[in-house]
Design a protein around this ligand. Structure first.
Ligand SMILES: [Zn+2]
Length: 328
């Protein structure tokens, strides 16, 4: 990935340790693509989204890509005994707060708010503006402060005595902030290298408390339902058909064992393509039953119901019987 290359250049002085077995054990919560983002991508392919929904989709996508980049950096360059928890959402006193990355090191917890802003912004009177815009963007420093305050309450309530050291991390090498404030808790792309060095230089002896805190945060992690945030849709309103796994095109040819995308040229086994489509169907319509007929209609391009039935029977549990058969 292009940005990873640029960031690797920035971090070249830190090449002394990469991915030991031991380090990976300290990643105690990994990040997965949020269901909301996956669903919006499906909907974007199968219906026309409004301007606002498209904006939500693109913002989520960009934010997620930035967070993944930051994960790659911490995984590759941190060489201390650090617990890393990615993407945690907690609740305290009826307020929810989300932390992109939490690093637990010695007696300190470091919540990181990662921003994937790109191109030119300017800073004025405590606010961040996209270059040329009159309205400021949602203030990331306020977001960070809010997370810090709520995390403080969360630690106190649960009897943990950790220092909180929050950071706002701008991950994108193409980001530039005019009139940037002198603020130690902001990390700009050229400072990522010294930031990682600084973390590596901290004394670190993990004892039971860090593990206890990490376990507690994971146990309390909230998974929100993505469905209330989606635009309205139903089975009949969405475009049917197998889509390409790479470019999402509907322009697919059906061969004996493979499907081929006529847009990007990629090929995929029919079985894998149908299973992908079933997963998509299940996520989009959690209340609908998976049946041969409905998947046959949903996939469109597959010419035989028998093929669909064979695949469903091989990978899913058969429920009911005869014309009432469905799959779980
Ligand atoms: Zn394609």
């Amino acid at each position: 990935m292009f940005f990873v290359d640029i960031l690797s250049q920035l971090l070249r002085p830190l090449f002394y340790m990469i991915r030991s077995e031991r380090m990976w054990k300290m990643l105690v919560k990994s990040r997965t693509e949020p269901d909301l983002l996956i669903l919006l991508r499906f909907l974007n392919t199968r219906m026309s989204l409004t301007v606002d929904d498209t904006k939500q989709y693109l913002n989520l996508k960009k934010g997620y890509e930035g967070e993944v980049l930051f994960d790659q950096l911490t995984a590759a360059y941190l060489n201390k005994e650090i617990f890393i928890l990615n993407d945690i959402m907690l609740e305290i006193n009826h307020s929810k707060f989300q932390i992109d990355s939490s690093l637990i090191i010695q007696d300190t917890i470091i919540p990181c708010e990662v921003k994937n802003y790109e191109s030119n912004y300017f800073y004025k009177d405590g606010e961040f503006y996209f270059f040329g815009a009159k309205q400021p963007v949602t203030n990331p420093l306020h977001q960070l402060k809010r997370a810090e305050t709520l995390l403080q309450q969360y630690l106190k309530k649960n009897g943990f005595h950790f220092r909180i050291l929050p950071y706002l991390v701008f991950i994108n090498p193409k980001f530039f902030l005019y009139q940037a404030p002198q603020n130690d808790s902001i990390i700009f792309p050229p400072q990522l290298s010294s930031f990682m060095e600084k973390l590596n230089s901290k004394p670190s002896n993990l004892n039971g408390m860090q593990r206890k805190l990490a376990d507690k945060m994971i146990a309390d992690h909230i998974i929100e339902s993505p469905y209330p945030k989606l635009p309205p849709y139903n089975y009949h309103s969405l475009q049917k058909g197998l889509t390409c796994a790479i470019c999402s095109s509907f322009f697919i040819s059906y061969g004996e064992k493979k499907i081929k995308c006529n847009n990007c040229g990629s090929e995929e086994d029919i079985e894998s393509a149908v299973l992908r489509c079933v997963q998509e169907f299940k996520l989009l319509f959690p209340d609908l039953r998976v049946t041969t007929n409905i998947i046959f209609d949903w996939c469109k391009v597959v010419e035989s119901r028998k093929t669909i039935r064979r695949i469903l029977q091989s990978y899913y549990k058969v429920m009911g019987c005869k014309q009432w058969t469905y799959y779980e």
